[in-house]
Write a protein that binds this ligand. Structure first.
Ligand code: AMP
Ligand code: MG
Length: 357
């Protein structure tokens, strides 16, 4: 199958591309589209065959459920068994935007879309191209991130093409995703709203709106043998570059010195760092320094993280170290992705030994 790319301009000329995308969705096919978080791979979420095609194109295990994307609140009632107060509050404060809610599903939502779960994930994105596409599609669009399973999520059309060329008929190219990390997922199907995946909206922000909010343990650490996370996707290997990645925590100077010691002639070593700490690395000639952005603006670090992780494998490296970025408002979301990318391999040069979380 040939994969076409339609570049969106934000003008009326885009309407032909949205009509083409809608035709594909309505005939059971798949379209990759931009959102404010990452690019999605969409199909008709009420058509079990379309959902199966999504799993197949991504190489994704079929027990890892998909998120239904909608253009309008009026699409919700037929999809769920009821709308709890917490869901109403989340919609009012955070939609359209980078937040996904888990609700009890109605029978119309096929098991193929929810990975057999009795619940369904819903999101109303804010990206103008995503909204125009969803309106044209005129159905709830099931869409996970548009990457091959296990790879970093794509934040531009080129990264989608790298993974899915020949596997899908159409990519809508809306430029770089502004946020660059996937949506915050909040489960409101039980008695206490629970964060299943951190994202752009932080825990304190959610607590302002919801009061009590719990956090699923799978957010912080790798799962023990036999443990089941509430968001099935959290149990799979994620975002991992092929080159081994180690996170280095601790005080800035000690950390930079530790990373510099790791780099030796004859070994190709890179480091993901904050632009603020660049001077601490001096002229470390055996170390490729990759600044992600300033800690003063961790939105920049979030936006560049996935494309930087993808790039690592294009550079022919032997090993990569990364600073940690827990301090800013997006710290938890960034660290959740980095810990997974590193397989939870974290060292602190100020402590003895290594810490495997
Ligand atoms: P992706 O869109 O690729 O970020 O993947 C969707 C994420 O949403 C995965 O981590 C899923 O496990 C999670 N998800 C989707 N539906 C549900 C659900 N009904 N209950 C819990 N997690 C879900
Ligand atoms: Mg994904």
């Amino acid at each position: 199958m040939e994969t076409l790319i339609r570049t969106l301009t934000g003008s009326r000329e885009d309407e032909a591309a949205y009509r083409e995308a809608a035709r594909i969705i309505q005939s059971g096919g798949l379209v990759a589209f931009p959102t404010e978080t990452v690019y999605g791979l969409g199909g008709n979420g009420l058509d079990p065959t379309a959902s199966r095609k999504i799993y197949e194109a991504k190489g994704r295990p079929s027990d890892n459920p998909l998120i239904l994307h909608i253009a309008d609140i009026s699409q919700i009632p037929p999809l769920v068994s009821g709308i709890p107060e917490a869901a109403k509050a989340l919609m009012e404060h955070f939609w359209p935007g980078p937040l996904t809610m888990i609700l009890e599903k109605a029978p119309i939502v096929p098991d193929e879309t929810t990975g057999g779960l009795p619940t369904v994930a819903l999101r109303m994105p804010s990206h103008p191209a995503a909204r125009a596409f969803l309106q044209a599609a005129a159905c709830p669009v099931a869409a996970p991130s548009a990457n091959l399973s296990g790879r970093p999520s794509p934040t531009n059309a080129r990264d989608v093409l790298e993974d899915l060329n020949g596997r899908i008929p159409l990519i809508l190219d809306g430029g770089e995703s502004e946020i660059g990390l996937e949506s915050t997922i909040v489960d409101v199907s039980g008695p206490v709203p629970t964060v299943l995946r951190p994202g752009y909206y932080s825990l304190p922000r959610l607590k302002e709106v919801l009061g009590t909010v719990a956090v699923d343990p799978a957010v912080f650490s790798s799962l023990k043998e036999g443990e089941r996370p509430k968001a099935p996707g959290m149990k799979y290997r994620h975002y991992a570059p092929k080159v081994p990645l180690t996170l280095v925590t601790g005080e800035d100077k000690a950390r930079a010195a530790c990373i510099c010691r790791m780099a030796r002639p004859g070994k190709r070593t890179a480091a993901l760092i904050a632009s603020d700490t660049l001077p601490l690395y001096g002229n470390a000639s055996d170390l490729l320094l990759i600044p992600l952005g300033s800690r003063e603006n961790d939105g920049e670090i979030a936006r560049h993280l996935f494309s930087a992780l993808r790039n690592l494998d294009r550079l022919g490296l032997d090993e990569v170290y990364s600073e940690t970025f827990e301090s800013g408002p997006l710290g938890e979301a960034i660290m959740n992705r980095l810990r997974k990318a590193a397989g939870f391999h974290i060292i602190n040069p100020q402590e003895t030994g290594e810490d495997h979380e």
